[in-house]
Ligand binder design. Structure first.
Ligand SMILES: Cc1ncc(COP(=O)(O)O)c(C=O)c1O
Length: 448
């Protein structure tokens, strides 16, 4: 059912019904299942979320990067309905289904590189990451895995071990999985290796990383390096140019599997099918999730056929992985992105977001860095531009709360929690985008 694509407030936010439901949520659901915004959804379509009080909010969060093609896209809903009437589940290990096989074929051709590939499906991003690591270990006979500062790879035991930030993802949840090593990420705005230009940052971080892998881990022990081509939860950090390629080249020369974790960056978010395409790198394995299923739980590992086939029969999979309804939804998502050229649309959305964020530079003193690619854009806020002291939690909360109270859903990100990241549908209508950006710009301006 489509909802008029406009912001409309009928009550204060949160409204009385949301507050009532939240009281029930608090009583019934543990606090560990964090709540970012205190509203309850009744329905959603396109770029609008309607809450249980009838308020219509512009969605710049899209379920954390899941609805790149918009909420309840008619083609996706129709594909789900059709498949739900045919077959909802037999378990792919028991009897195969057509959508799984067809989707595997599609991802084998969509992912970067023209070598022979194979794809397996799971349910969540974290599971895809787990499987990619299993495959890399079996294929290389090695155990060590290298991840980066500011990385996020999920909440399972291995996922949280690979994830960098302690609070809230890891605090008190150890012991963590063994054989995981962490290296600095070439974060141009806060170069951990002292580079004062993007080029110097890439060179210094690359030299450090290569030296560390050689001296302290030993390349012959490293099964895989896993990297987000643009870090998502870490704050939409676009690595300094050349860093990703340098790491991938080192991996290729050392027999290390290079895993691109494209769970947040993929499916057109960064203006390409996969963000790594802009780095001139062909990864050995790619993880996809989030917007792949268009709202249905689905994740994938796609990779070189010989690596994917290194695992013995029964070593991969699970009860629900590649559920036919989720796979049918994903086929509709891919077709929509292709048919409507939503990769171009993603880049146009990104230009509009960048223009709005840049307008802040002249009017406020708290903009530290504006960055992103395609429709994956963010602004990092600081209380002092000289020292780059991250803007405090109170001011960040005031920004997201003001946006929400005015009918716009935004998310923060970053190791220091001081990044506003924007994840609108990549096909959002321009007038709606401008309306939402206007609210965001005013909320940021009010802080300084
Ligand atoms: C890059 C990346 N990897 C893995 C994950 C974990 O995905 P999930 O929450 O579906 O397990 C996320 C989720 O935000 C992510 O952004």
């Amino acid at each position: 059912m489509s909802i008029p694509q406009e912001r409309k407030l009928l009550t204060e936010i949160p409204g009385p019904k949301s507050r009532e439901w939240f009281a029930r949520r608090t009583a019934a659901v543990p606090v560990g299942v964090g709540a970012i915004h205190p509203i309850v959804t009744a329905r959603a379509s396109g770029s609008i979320v309607e809450d249980v009080d009838g308020n219509r909010l512009i969605d710049f969060a899209t379920g954390i990067a899941v609805l790149n093609v918009g909420h309840t896209a008619p083609e996706v809903v129709a594909a789900i309905q059709k498949q739900a009437e045919l077959d909802t589940h037999t378990c792919f290990h028991v009897t195969a289904n057509e959508p799984y096989i067809e989707l595997a074929e599609r991802l084998n051709s969509l992912t970067p590189g023209d070598h022979a590939k194979k794809t397996m499906f799971a349910n969540s991003g974290a599971e895809a990451v787990e499987n990619a690591v299993k495959i890399a270990r079996l294929a290389t006979g090695r155990t060590a895995i290298v991840a980066f500062d500011h990385a996020f790879h999920g909440r399972t035991l291995l996922g949280m071990t690979l994830t960098a930030k302690v609070m809230p993802y890891k605090q008190g949840m150890g012991p963590f999985a063994p054989e995981v090593y962490r290296l600095p990420f070439a974060y141009p705005y806060r170069c951990p290796c002292g580079g004062d230009t993007p080029e110097a940052c890439a060179a210094a971080c690359l030299a450090y990383a290569v030296d560390e892998m050689h001296k302290h881990i030993g390349e012959e022990n490293i099964a895989a390096v896993i990297m987000e081509p643009i870090q998502g939860e870490g704050g939409f950090i676009v690595p300094a140019p050349g860093f990703v390629k340098g790491i991938a080249d080192f991996c290729a020369a050392s027999g290390i599997v290079f895993i691109a974790d494209e769970i947040q960056t993929g499916m057109g978010r960064a203006g390409r099918w996969y963000a790594i395409e802009d780095e001139g790198v062909v990864p050995d394995l790619v993880t996809t999730a989030k917007s792949l299923g268009g709202g249905m739980p689905l994740s994938a590992v796609t990779g070189r056929a010989e690596l994917m086939d290194a695992v013995h029969p029964g070593g991969l999979g699970g009860t629900y992985g590649g559920n036919p309804v989720a796979a049918a939804a994903a086929l509709a998502v891919l077709e929509k992105i292709e048919r409507e050229d939503l990769l171009s649309s993603s880049r146009r959305v990104g230009e509009a977001v960048f223009a709005a964020l840049r307008s802040l530079e002249g009017t406020t003193s708290i903009v530290g860095d504006i960055r992103g690619r395609g429709a994956m854009c963010a602004v990092e806020l600081v209380s002092d531009r000289e020292t780059k002291e991250p803007l405090g939690a109170d001011a960040m909360n005031a920004i997201t709360r003001t946006c929400l109270e005015n009918g716009v859903i935004v998310l923060t990100a970053g190791t220091y929690g001081n990044v506003i990241r924007l994840l609108p549908p990549i096909n959002i209508d321009d007038a709606l985008l401008q309306d939402g950006l206007g609210v965001l710009v005013s909320a940021i301006t009010a802080q300084g």
